[in-house]
Design a protein around this ligand. Structure first.
Ligand code: 5GP
Ligand code: ZN
Length: 105
């Protein structure tokens, strides 16, 4: 995916404020935060959206959600919102799957 913004962030070709990274996922701060803490959690491999999931993506989805739990805990959040926007009609602006973590109000 040559011109995908979040693929470029995943590879470090575009800088981001990185919170956590391993071989499969990257967590970085949203550039326009909608909460005191607003992280984006992405798979490093390109998946367009939840609507494009296939059965063999189950492991990576579980990883994204577990990473959200772990980083929310590290940030000291007692409660938080997790959301996936799906498709243009669902408010998705970047066509690379990402989980929003919002909290700290
Ligand atoms: P969506 O609307 O697709 O669910 O969310 C995309 C999110 O990505 C938005 O909250 C937006 O602020 C964030 N975003 C867009 N471009 C960049 C960028 O270049 N860097 C970072 N860190 N966040 C971005
Ligand atoms: Zn991508």
């Amino acid at each position: 995916m040559n011109d995908c913004l979040f693929c470029k962030i995943a590879k470090g070709e575009i800088p981001s404020d990185v919170v956590f990274e391993d071989d499969d996922v990257k967590i970085f701060k949203d550039i326009h935060p909608k909460a005191p803490i607003h992280y984006l959690i992405i798979p490093k491999a390109h998946i367009q959206s939840i609507a494009h999931l296939e059965a063999d993506h189950n492991d990576i989805i579980a990883k994204l959600i577990y990473a959200a739990k772990r980083e929310a805990e590290k940030a000291g959040l007692k409660g938080y919102k997790l959301s996936f926007n799906v498709g243009k009609e669902g408010g998705q602006e970047v066509d690379h799957l990402h989980l929003h973590v919002l909290g700290g109000w």
